[in-house]
Structures are given as C-alpha cells and as structure tokens.
Write a protein that binds this ligand. Structure first.
Ligand SMILES: Cc1cc2nc3c(=O)[nH]c(=O)nc-3n(C[C@H](O)[C@H](O)[C@H](O)COP(=O)(O)O)c2cc1C
Length: 220
C-alpha cells in the first residue's frame, strides 16, 4: 500500500556524499510512486561517491538528471524537479518558497559540519539553513562510523537548532530476509518523521509468543 500524504507541498530530498546512496534512491522512488512532488538536490560529493561505489554516472545538469531519475525509478510521470548542486538562486534556496520540509539522506559529516556552523557553500547547505531559519522540518540522516567528538558536537548543535537526527541504523525486529527489506525499513521509518505513509512495513507488534517450555526467568 502506498498512500502518500495529505500535503501538496514538495519535499526537498538532498543527497550528500556518504555511503548509503541506495537509501536515497529508494526514498525517491517511494515518494514519486506515491505521487509526491520532490525537489532533488545532489551534492557534488554524492555524485563522486555514486561513481566510486557503484560506477553510476549521475548527470550534473538538472534536466538531464530529471530524465535520468524518472527512468531509473520507473516513474516516467513522477513529479520531480532537480537542482544543480551549487545553484544558490534555485527556488528552494529561498525561505519564501514553501516546502513541506527537507530530508538529507544520507548526510556526510562534511555537510553536517557546514550546516552546523552556518556555512552555506552549496545548495544542500543553503536549503538546510533556510529550513532551520523558517522552523520547517529538517531530517538529517548522518552516515559515518565511528562518530568523533566533532561529529557529535555538530549533530548536537543541529538538534538544538531544530533538526531531527535520524541515523540509518538497521533493526532486526521486522525480520528482514533481504537487503531490500532492510533498505525499505530504514527509508520508511525516516519518511514517517515527515508524515508520509509509504509502503508496507512490519512494525513492532510486541514480543513473539513463545512456547511455555522455552520461557526463561521473569525479568523485573
Ligand atoms: C566512496 C566514498 C564513500 C564515502 N563515505 C562517506 C561516509 O559514509 N560518510 C561521510 O561523512 N563521508 C564519506 N565520504 C567522504 C565525503 O564524500 C567527502 O567528505 C565529501 O567531500 C562530502 O561532500 P558533501 O558533504 O558536499 O556531499 C566518502 C567518500 C567516498 C569517495
């Protein structure tokens, strides 16, 4: 089931140069399949990571990128607008342009650091800055391990400024069988935060029933 949401405002999906790009691609696909409007901005770092990790060449020009993603996600009629990584004059760079919120999935620690210090060198950082100043939902999915003290401080500063920090950490309680199950779980749980209801998800229903013979000591 893909029911989308009740808002007609677009979501900004930003992708920066961290190693979790299949999550971003699946988020884009689920949103487009549900008829949501997506404003997509991909950092230069992310384009490099895609090429390095899976040999995928993402076009830089917005029109070519739109065609590329609509074909790749299998959503030829999807409502997608792509923006160049450094286009500071893009619609989404202004607080007067209304959005539903912004999701940065995945988010590199470089992008985390620049947003946390208010440095808006590229479009991802500028749009994040705008979402914070306009007090709109900003969900950041940092991907790095381990987190050093600088990472932790930057993430704390972002949380204090109003962002929601949602690292893509897998769970096993939904009993994933394939990597795609894990990807869907991570993506749908993150999109939950922005009020979307996308896709089927096996949510926690309480512990599995156990035969009496296997019951352990009562924990209290
Ligand atoms: C293959 C590859 C994987 C990377 N994975 C990560 C990562 O998981 N997390 C991270 O913070 N940086 C990662 N980096 C480093 C960032 O891509 C790099 O700091 C880049 O400048 C970030 O640019 P951006 O923040 O503008 O996207 C990776 C780089 C490469 C080449």
């Amino acid at each position: 089931m893909v029911s989308g949401s009740t808002s007609t405002l677009p979501l900004v999906l930003a992708i920066s140069g961290a190693s979790a790009l299949p999550l971003a691609e699946r988020a884009l696909q689920l949103l487009l399949q549900a008829g949501e409007t997506v404003e997509l901005v991909i950092s230069r770092g992310a384009i490099g990571v895609w090429q390095a990790e899976i040999g995928l060449r993402v076009p830089l020009e917005p029109e070519a990128q739109e065609r590329f993603w609509l074909e790749r996600t299998g959503c030829p009629d999807g409502r997608l607008r792509c923006h160049r990584w450094n286009d500071q004059a893009a619609t989404i760079a202004s607080g007067s342009y209304r959005t539903r919120g912004m999701l940065i999935l995945p988010c590199s620690m470089g992008t985390v650091g620049r947003i946390a210090s208010g440095v808006a060198l590229d479009l991802v950082e500028r749009v994040a800055d705008v979402h914070l100043k306009e007090a709109r939902p900003l969900v950041i999915c940092p991907r790095e391990t381990r987190w050093n003290l600088v990472h932790l401080r930057n993430l704390t500063a972002l949380a204090e400024a109003g962002a929601r920090i949602a690292p893509p950490v897998p769970a096993w309680y939904h009993q994933p069988r394939r990597i795609e199950d894990m990807v869907d779980f991570l993506v749908i749980r993150v999109l939950d935060l922005l009020g979307y209801e996308l896709g089927e998800l096996r949510r926690w229903q309480g512990p599995l029933p156990r035969p009496d013979s296997e019951a352990g000591p009562t924990l209290c």
